[in-house]
Design a protein around this ligand. Structure first.
Ligand SMILES: *Cc1c(COP(=O)(O)O)cnc(C)c1O
Length: 346
């Protein structure tokens, strides 16, 4: 048996407890369909492109995104999902053994990316109001700080004041993950990526844009930062088809995306009312999902899976405890989830 790197031995494969369910509300993807422009690209794609490499560093998508955000293309990077952008950024800015700090709870992939890159981790609990504990985060002295707003899995947002204080005083890079920006009420933090030398804001086509299967993520930051992430990323992370679809949806389907995101937000709040009527207390959310604190959430989720509904269970989250995370979807799917939940709670 050939041994891996010692620090690799304990790394698990990513496996949210899952059997295929008729109703899957476990991963926050867009369950409202596929953007027409993406479907058109798929239909009209020439098989000849399959045997050629894509163009390096996804220049078409970079250009369109840069124009949308109001920066030059050298301030934009892309990747095989924003997972890849995050992983590449960690690799570019931290040597093995250095520290990555983030608030807790947050995106479950961050500790895994840290492990894979040989990093040490400092997790700093969010405050009771789910905002940043600025002083404790800064006290870690970490050269990379990861923030997520709206935050997965809580759905809560970070305050402008707290994020600005972190960005002003951080000793190194501040990554702000905005995977759910399209569902949020406020403008988010993209302006910090445009104006500050130490901020990288990441976004994705996997949630509101409905392209999770194509794996397209992106980020904006100062050109000097982005150049390093591009080095870590390598040239061919986006397929030709993925890049073409992302460009087509941006150019032709902005209204489609906005309408689906608005529907997801409406159904999220309608779901909240139903959960409150069941005596539950979902957290405030600006994502396309609700986090519902619930002791024994794993057993409840297991019973719901037996009823063909998949939601994500979390155990002992700091400041939250056990909880379910339920994605927002067309109302008939929400009804199925509520029926299964009522049954599972009996
Ligand atoms: C879903 C998600 C992502 C992105 O995933 P990709 O599909 O890799 O773009 C990134 N961050 C958070 C917080 C997410 O929930």
């Amino acid at each position: 048996m050939i041994a891996p790197r010692p620090s690799f031995r304990d790394i698990p494969l990513y496996s949210p407890a899952k059997k295929a369910c008729r109703v899957d509300l476990s991963d926050n993807t867009n369950l409202f369909g596929v953007a027409p422009a993406a479907e058109r690209v798929l239909r009209e794609a020439s098989p000849a492109l399959l045997s050629r490499y894509p163009r390096g560093y996804a220049p078409d998508l970079r250009g369109v995104l840069a124009e949308r955000v109001g920066v030059g293309p050298e301030a934009v990077t892309t990747g095989c999902g924003s997972d890849d952008v995050l992983d590449s950024a960690l690799r570019a800015f931290l040597e093995p053994g250095e520290v990555l700090a983030f608030h807790a709870p947050t995106f479950v992939m961050m500790p895994l990316f840290a492990q894979v890159n040989g990093l040490r981790v400092r997790a700093v609990p969010l405050r009771d109001d789910f905002d940043l504990d600025v002083e404790s985060l800064l006290a870690t002295q970490a050269k990379v700080l990861y923030l997520c707003s709206p935050n997965n899995p809580t759905g809560t947002v970070l305050s402008r004041a707290a994020v600005e204080r972190v960005v002003e005083r951080a000793p190194g890079l501040v990554i702000i993950d905005e995977a759910y920006a399209e569902f949020a009420a406020g403008p988010g933090f993209m302006d910090l990526a445009r104006n500050r030398p130490n901020v990288l804001v990441t976004r994705t086509f996997s949630k509101a844009y409905g392209l999770a299967g194509m794996r397209v993520g992106w980020a904006v930051g100062a050109p000097a930062l982005v150049a390093e992430v591009e080095k870590a990323r390598g040239p061919y992370k986006l397929t030709t088809l993925a890049e073409a679809m992302a460009v087509a949806v941006l150019e032709d389907d902005a209204d489609w995306v906005a309408a689906r995101a608005a529907q997801a937000v409406m159904n999220r709040e309608r779901l909240r009312e139903e959960l409150v009527a069941l005596g539950l207390r979902p957290l405030p959310s600006e994502g396309n999902f609700l986090m519902v604190p619930l002791p024994g959430a794993s057993r409840v989720a297991e019973r719901m899976r037996e009823l063909d509904v998949n939601v994500r269970a979390f155990q002992a989250l700091p400041g939250v405890g056990d909880a379910l995370r339920i994605g927002s979807a067309p109302w008939p799917l929400m009804e199925a989830a509520l029926t299964a939940l009522r049954e599972a709670l009996r």
